[in-house]
Design a protein around this ligand. Structure first.
Ligand SMILES: CC(C)(COP(=O)(O)OP(=O)(O)OC[C@H]1O[C@@H](n2cnc3c(N)ncnc32)[C@H](O)[C@@H]1OP(=O)(O)O)[C@@H](O)C(=O)NCCC(=O)NCCS
Length: 208
């Protein structure tokens, strides 16, 4: 029997643009199909906070869809959320090359021996585990889309440092380390971060 291979690709959609195009109710319907049993924070954010955060420009969410070339099938496979924050990085955890790169972008405190910079934060990132949609995208592809988005913005405004924060979980940490992120600190949870496991988050950065 002849086998037919259908080409597929990923399509990204800024949540605000989606609301403009489809309206808020239809957008909420799409978001409600998202499921992430292994990380309730990721699931609750997209269902309960993403629209408000995007509208208030606190953090911008980008939805990722898997689509066949003939556009016959389209599936919501994941999302990531980006914002910009001020962050301090201890000089002692940086290599000389990394310190040199940060020098031109941040303020160095001689006494504390740390750089303070304004940097993009990948605030959320997760695959949609509903209906097996998580098998249509790898974490590597999803992270690459988020990194590419940030690199594109930095190409326009400058900067090469980006960071993220994740639970102290060996699988998550090894995932990010495999993709060139390096641990630089940890921070205690804010009071409203009730869906997060543990009492702190590990902070990791990458410089491209
Ligand atoms: C993190 C993620 C993008 C990685 O995708 P991936 O590289 O394709 O890897 P997989 O989804 O196959 O997960 C790899 C392993 O990590 C585990 N894992 C993933 N996220 C986890 C989490 N938040 N907590 C505990 N374990 C997790 C998976 O259960 C899997 O375990 P297994 O090897 O025993 O089957 C994806 O697992 C995901 O969306 N996780 C849920 C959301 C999340 O935690 N995002 C990170 C926020 S900082």
């Amino acid at each position: 029997m002849e086998q037919k291979f259908v080409k597929t690709h990923f399509v990204e959609m800024n949540l605000c643009n989606m609301i403009d195009q489809l309206g808020e109710d239809a957008t909420k319907d799409i978001l409600s199909s998202f499921s992430c049993p292994i990380n309730k924070d990721i699931e609750n954010f997209i269902k309960e906070k993403a629209i408000e955060f995007s509208k208030r420009t606190t953090a911008k969410t980008h939805l990722v869809f898997w689509e066949t070339e003939d556009k016959e099938y389209i599936e919501f496979v994941g999302y990531y959320t980006i914002t910009s924050k001020v962050i301090s990085v201890d000089r002692t955890i940086l290599s000389n090359t990394e310190a040199k790169k940060l020098k031109s972008q941040g303020v160095y405190d001689e006494i504390k021996q740390e750089y303070t910079i304004s940097a993009p934060l990948i605030a959320q990132l997760g695959k949609n585990f509903s209906n097996g949609n998580d098998t249509l995208i790898s974490g590597a592809d999803l992270l690459q889309l988020a990194v590419n988005k940030i690199r594109k913005i930095q190409n326009e405004i400058g900067g090469r440092f980006m960071y993220l924060e994740c639970e102290d979980n060996e699988k998550l940490l090894s995932f990010y380390k495999q993709h060139n992120f390096k641990i630089f600190g940890k921070r205690t949870l804010d009071r409203d971060e009730t869906d997060v496991n543990g009492e702190y988050l590990i902070q990791l950065f990458a410089m491209f």
